[in-house]
Design a protein around this ligand. Structure first.
Ligand code: PMP
Ligand code: GLU
Length: 401
């Protein structure tokens, strides 16, 4: 009999990816599913970026690349991130690999020892706790409620820090809530961090240009506390801003000690991100600003329409997001009700019944560490969003006490 390692036995697939796959499978069977599951832009990768990858392949850039990324890309990332965050990074303080997910994974791997604690404010992106566990650390989940717009307060941070705390994960704008920390909130968190010099910060900035409130960039911890530069690992990637989820490109910037350790780790595992995607990324960074601006303008418009339509449904409480492309309605009021005789115990049952009976796929809040909510990705056509809203409204109208 095959005996798997304990860490493999305990591991479940990413629920966002699993639900997206289930929706695709149902669609493959000819069912008219509206999938609001995966966090993936629905607009195409920008034409100039696709063209750049094709030319790179034609030029023969199809072999191994350096494990920490090609020099031109690291140089451009250092330049742009330095200007965005107001602190200076050298190209040797940048590491690129196959996806932001692998970057987060590698940060945790090189910083955590067995027994260390990783503070994860909830609601959180689904992969943070399992990744902390895979690094031998203990995720310390701090529940952040509606009253603080799902953001961690300085008091909560202070309370959560122990002698074992190694990393605080910050993700702003947040997946799943779309909430963004303000400069003031970040200043309060920074003050706490100043008192605890052992604590590092993983700043997952993957949505930081996808702002919905009109700002150009989400406020950043380093904007208000540049003195923390040595302790902050900045994480970002191509997936969301450039609609390049399938290209698998992510990067981190930070102190050379951590970045070198990550490069070593990646050279013994992933090897490298493919060179032609990296070459295309250089073009995206150097020439893609107008494309990004256009995409963000469209995203803002869509967020307004999507938000208005969801809010119009009776019995839902919908916080307005300020970034990313998710809506995070509360369905708390409906928990404990029944749908065609079936008890809706929690968000999981809500999502299951909604998929089974109305063919609308959403991710239950419980997967993000917050019961009573649903995550709905609104990057679908206006027509499909409308259809989903009609079905959701019908579903809710049929709930009985
Ligand atoms: N961080 C967050 C918060 C995300 O939502 C995602 C989306 N998958 C990632 C990191 C990683 O994205 P990717 O691996 O596609 O770069
Ligand atoms: N981060 C995206 C999401 O939350 C992609 C799926 C994943 O990587 O889990 O939907």
């Amino acid at each position: 009999m095959i005996e798997l390692a304990k860490r493999a036995k305990a591991l479940k697939p990413s629920p966002t990816l699993a639900l997206a796959a289930k929706a695709k499978e149902l669609a493959g069977q000819g069912k008219d599913v509206v999938s609001l599951t995966v966090g993936e832009p629905d607009w195409d990768t920008f034409a100039r970026v696709k063209q750049a990858a094709i030319s790179a392949i034609e030029r023969g850039q199809t072999k191994y690349a350096p494990s920490n990324g090609i020099p031109e890309l690291r140089a451009e990332l250092a330049k742009q991130t330095s200007s965005q965050l107001g602190v200076t990074y050298d190209p040797t303080e940048v590491v690129v690999t196959a996806g932001g997910k692998m970057i987060v994974f590698a940060v945790l791997q090189v910083l955590c020892d067995e027994g260390d604690e990783v503070i994860v404010p909830a609601p959180f992106w689904v992969s943070y706790p399992p990744m902390a566990e895979l690094a031998g650390a203990t995720p310390v989940i701090v529940s952040c409620g509606r009253e603080s717009r799902f953001k961690m307060t300085a008091e909560q941070l202070e309370k959560a820090i122990t002698a074992k705390t190694k990393i605080l994960i910050l993700n702003s704008p947040s997946n799943p809530t779309g909430e963004m920390y303000s400069r003031e909130e970040l200043t309060h968190l920074a003050k706490v961090l100043e008192r605890h010099p052992r604590v590092m910060v993983l700043s997952d900035d993957i949505y930081n240009r996808l702002t919905l409130d009109g700002s150009e960039l989400a406020p950043h911890l380093l904007h208000v506390a540049p003195q923390l530069r040595e302790r902050v690992i900045v994480v970002n990637g191509a997936s969301k801003t450039y609609s390049m989820t399938g290209w698998r490109l992510g990067w981190a910037l930070g102190d050379r000690t951590v970045i070198s350790a990550m490069s070593n780790y990646l050279s013994q595992s992933v090897s490298c991100a493919s060179p032609f995607t990296q070459s295309a990324m250089v073009v995206a960074l150097k020439e893609g600003d107008s494309d990004v601006t256009q995409a963000v303008t469209n995203l803002r418009q869509r967020s307004e329409t999507a938000y208005a339509a969801l809010r119009a449904i009776e019995g839902l409480d919908v916080p307005k997001p300020s970034g990313a492309f998710y809506l995070w309605p509360s369905v708390e009021k409906h928990l404990g009700k029944k749908y065609r005789g079936q008890l809706i115990k929690g968000s999981k049952e809500f999502a299951e019944q909604l998929l089974n009976h109305e063919l609308v796929a959403v991710v239950p809040g419980v997967e993000f560490g917050a019961e009573g909510y649903l995550r709905m990705s609104f990057v679908v056509s206006e027509e499909r969003w409308k259809e989903a809203m009609t079905r959701l409204a019908r579903f809710i109208s049929e709930l009985t006490t």
